[in-house]
Ligand binder design. Structure first.
Ligand SMILES: Cc1ncc(COP(=O)(O)O)c(C=O)c1O
Length: 422
C-alpha cells in the first residue's frame, strides 16, 4: 500500500472511531422547578451570582430529620455547615433546639452575642489563644460561658493551657473530651488515655468541669466495604464510645449523677444512631441543605436546598480556542455537548452543574473564577440573562462566598440572610 493511502486510511479510521465514540447529547431544557426559578431571577434577581436557600425544602428536610430522630437523642446543629444567623435560627426553631456546634472563633462570638440563650459546643479543639480571644471579645453578658459553652479538649497539654486561661480569667471552663472513635484525627484513642484528663479536672474543680464527650464518626461508611463494612465501622465506633463511658463511671462514679453531653454523629451517620447508640445527642447541619457530598443512601429522602445561580453573559456557537481557531467545529463534531459555549458570571466554585442538564466545563479553554466557559449541545435552550444552576459539593465554605444568602420560598425571592463573619 502506498504511504499516502495508508495515511488516508488511518485518518479515516480515526475519524470513524471518533464518531463511534461520540458521547451522547446530554442536553435538555430546565425542569419546571428550575424554569420557575430562572424566570423569577430574570425578573427580580440582582444580576449576579447568588447562593439560593430554598426555605421550603430546608424546612421539609428539618421535619424529616426530626421525625426520625430517636426520642433519647437531642439534635445539635452544626453551625459551620449553615453559616448564617437567620438560617441557624430558622433551623433551631423547627428542630426545637438551642444546641449548636461551632468551629470558628468569630462564629462563636457572633452566635453568643446574637443568640444568648444558645448552648454551644466546640467541634474542634481551638488554640488557647482563640479561646482567650473569645472571652476578650464577648460583650453580651446574657450569654454565660460557664454554663452555656463547652470547649473541646484532645490532650492533657491543651487542658493545662485552658486551665491557665481559666485561672487568669477567674472562671470555670466546661470541658468536652474529644474521643477518637476511628476517624483518627486526634482525641482519646483508648479508655486509659482518659485518665490523665480526668485527673487534671478532678484536681482543679474551681476552674475545670467535665461536660461530656464528643466522638465524630465521619469515617463510617467511607472505608471500602471490602476492608470494613459500614455496620462494622459503626459498631467499633460505638464500642469505643461505650468503653470510655464505662471507664469514666468506674473512675468517677459521681459522674453518673451529672447530665453529661455525649455528642456524636454527623450528617452521614445521623440515621445510624438509633435509640441504643451510646450518644445522647447527634450533630448535623449539611444534610439539611444537602450539598452533593451528601447524596448518600441514608439521606435519600432529603432534598437539595442550596444552589448557586449565576447569569449567562454570552452565548457563542462552538468553542473557539485562541491559537487554534480552525478547530472550532471539530469539538462539536467529536462531542455534541460542545456545540455551544456560554460565558457565565463567575465560576470555579466547589459545585457541580445542576440545571439545565448537559452543561460541561471545557478544560482545553481553561478555568476562570471571573467568566468561566461552559459548554452544552444545541438542545440546551439557554439565552443571555438566563441562569445556570449548580449544587455546591459542600456547604461550609461555598455558602460564605456570595454575600447574603438569597432565600427562596414558593419559587420566589423571599428575603436575604447575612452570613457569619469569616
Ligand atoms: C465534630 C463534627 N461533628 C459533626 C459534624 C457534622 O457536620 P455536618 O452534618 O454538617 O456534616 C462535623 C463536620 O465536620 C464535625 O467536624
Amino acid at each position: 500500500m502506498k504511504r499516502r493511502n495508508l495515511i488516508l486510511g488511518m485518518t479515516g479510521l480515526a475519524a470513524a472511531s471518533a464518531l463511534l465514540l461520540r458521547p451522547q447529547d446530554k442536553g435538555g431544557p430546565y425542569p419546571p422547578y428550575f424554569s420557575a426559578l430562572n424566570q423569577e431571577l430574570r425578573r427580580n434577581g440582582p444580576g449576579r451570582p447568588l447562593l439560593l436557600i430554598d426555605k421550603d425544602r430546608l424546612l421539609a428536610n428539618c421535619h424529616k430529620v426530626k421525625a426520625q430522630l430517636p426520642a433519647s437523642k437531642a439534635f445539635r446543629i452544626v453551625a459551620k455547615s449553615l453559616p448564617s444567623l437567620p438560617l441557624l435560627q430558622t433551623v433551631m426553631d423547627v428542630m426545637d433546639s438551642k444546641r449548636l456546634m461551632v468551629f470558628h472563633q468569630p462564629h462563636l462570638n457572633a452566635i453568643a452575642e446574637a443568640m444568648p440563650a444558645s448552648d454551644l459546643l466546640l467541634g474542634k479543639p481551638m488554640p488557647v489563644n482563640a479561646a482567650a480571644q473569645f472571652y476578650r471579645a464577648l460583650k453580651n453578658t446574657a450569654f454565660n460561658p460557664a454554663l452555656q459553652l463547652q470547649w473541646l479538649i484532645d490532650t492533657p497539654e491543651r487542658l493545662r493551657e485552658y486551665q491557665q486561661l481559666a485561672t487568669s480569667l477567674g472562671t470555670r471552663l466546661r470541658i468536652s473530651i474529644e474521643l477518637d472513635v476511628g476517624l483518627h484525627r486526634g482525641g482519646v484513642a483508648s479508655p486509659e488515655a482518659l485518665k490523665p484528663l480526668l485527673d487534671i479536672m478532678a484536681g482543679d474543680k474551681e476552674h475545670l468541669e467535665l461536660a461530656g464527650f464528643m466522638g465524630y464518626d465521619a469515617h463510617v461508611g467511607k472505608i471500602p466495604s471490602i476492608i470494613e463494612t459500614r455496620a462494622h465501622s459503626f459498631e467499633k465506633a460505638c464500642a469505643h464510645y461505650r468503653n470510655c463511658q464505662q471507664a469514666l463511671y468506674a473512675w468517677q462514679p459521681e459522674m453518673a449523677q451529672k447530665a453529661l453531653v455525649f455528642n456524636g454523629g454527623g450528617s452521614p451517620t445521623l440515621r445510624l444512631h438509633k435509640a441504643d447508640s451510646p450518644v445522647n445527642e447527634v450533630a448535623s447541619g449539611s444534610c439539611l441543605v444537602k450539598p452533593t457530598d451528601f447524596d448518600l443512601d441514608l439521606l435519600a429522602d432529603l432534598e437539595p436546598a442550596a444552589f448557586i445561580a449565576t447569569p449567562v453573559l454570552k452565548v457563542l456557537e462552538g468553542t473557539t480556542i485562541p491559537g487554534i481557531e480552525g478547530t472550532r467545529r471539530l469539538f462539536s463534531l467529536l462531542n455534541p455537548n460542545a456545540e455551544r459555549s456560554y460565558f457565565i458570571y463567575g465560576g470555579l466554585w466547589q459545585a457541580h452543574y445542576e440545571s439545565p442538564p448537559g452543561l460541561f466545563d471545557n478544560s482545553l479553554y481553561g478555568k476562570s473564577s471571573n467568566q468561566a466557559i461552559v459548554n452544552s449541545s444545541h438542545n440546551v435552550p439557554l439565552h443571555v440573562n438566563d441562569q445556570i444552576f449548580m449544587r455546591p459539593t459542600q456547604s461550609e465554605r461555598v455558602l460564605l462566598e456570595f454575600g447574603d444568602l438569597a432565600v427562596i420560598s414558593n419559587g420566589r425571592l423571599a428575603g436575604w440572610w447575612p452570613v457569619l463573619p469569616t
